[in-house]
Ligand binder design. Structure first.
Ligand code: AMP
Ligand code: ZN
Ligand code: FE
Ligand code: FE
Length: 283
């Protein structure tokens, strides 16, 4: 059984619609796929319906823009009840922050000789969760950069020349919101772009001890072999589940093919059981 618990659709910054994503899972021989769009649940019903049609189990997820001491942390929530008021309000606040910073970034781009405001809407499409990758796509269309990676490396990355900060949920608040909505929490790529100094073992240990955190995403393309080994040992020490996922974004991210990393069936079973106990909805 091939299980890939972290993917994105065009409802956030992936390039496949939810239906296309599920079809891509079929082609890749993936049995279980977690849809974790950034800060929105809007793709889940379409993906779930496509999953029923095509014989793929679609796990209902989200990737919440969180932060710890000003450093960006991506929090995966699995099985949250989407009608949960407090979580919904918080996600709306994050999405407002996403939309709200765009004019400032467009101003910076224009001042640097890269006007793009006339085409941005074409790339945001159906997404209620506008992000830097959409800006990157508009920059590509204008010929300013050749791909998303170049856009991030040269301009858009955290702290880059065109970067404007936006609201993100304090990590511990995010963990509590996921739990209150019946879900299970996994920190995405904990030592990927964020270093172990910024998200140290002692912090992860505290979250594990408090019982609010369920797992760590260990196998991810942003982690090298040594990092994976270290994180896997840490997760085992702390009694946290260890997941593995592609973080697939369609053509929007190179080297993140579906099921390039996978999650063990017993981990999926444990997540399923926890969400059932908490009254969430996993699939
Ligand atoms: P934002 O949602 O605006 O905070 O933009 C961050 C998102 O951009 C991440 O969640 C990734 O999906 C994507 N991203 C970050 N760095 C890169 C990169 N170097 N190349 C392509 N996509 C990236
Ligand atoms: Zn993304
Ligand atoms: Fe992420
Ligand atoms: Fe992601």
């Amino acid at each position: 059984m091939r299980i890939d618990l972290h993917t994105h659709s065009s409802i956030s910054d992936g390039t496949d619609t939810p239906e296309e994503l599920v079809a891509a899972a079929v082609s890749a021989g993936v049995d279980v796929i977690g849809l974790c769009d950034h800060d929105t649940f809007d793709g889940l019903d379409a993906a779930g319906a496509a999953g029923e049609r095509l014989g793929v189990r679609v796990v209902r997820g989200i990737e919440i823009s969180a932060e710890h001491r000003g450093v960006s942390v991506h929090l995966l929530g699995y099985g949250c009840r989407v009608e949960d008021g407090p979580l919904d309000d918080e996600l709306a606040r994050i999405r407002e922050g996403r939309t709200g910073r765009i004019p400032a970034m467009l101003d910076r781009l224009a001042a640097a000789g890269m006007p793009i405001d006339d085409v941005l809407d074409d790339f945001v499409g159906d997404s209620p969760s506008v992000g830097r990758p959409h800006l990157a796509d508009a920059m590509i269309a204008k010929g300013y950069v050749s791909d998303r990676r170049e856009a991030f490396d040269s301009y858009l990355a955290d702290g880059g020349p065109m970067f404007v900060a936006r609201y993100a949920t304090p990590l511990e608040v995010g963990l509590d919101l996921v739990r209150a909505a019946g879900g299970a929490s996994v920190i995405a790529h904990p030592w990927g772009r964020v270093s172990r100094d910024q998200l140290p073992p002692v912090l992860l240990a505290g979250l594990a001890r408090s019982g609010r955190l369920d797992g760590l995403e260990v196998d991810h393309q942003d982690h090298d072999t040594a990092t994976r080994t270290e994180l896997r040992a840490l997760a085992a020490d702390l009694g946290l589940l260890a997941t593995g996922s592609s973080d697939y974004h369609g053509t929007g991210k190179q080297d993140h093919d579906l099921a390039c990393n996978t999650t063990a069936p017993d981990v999926l079973d444990e997540l399923t059981a926890r969400v059932a106990r908490r009254g969430g909805r996993f699939v």
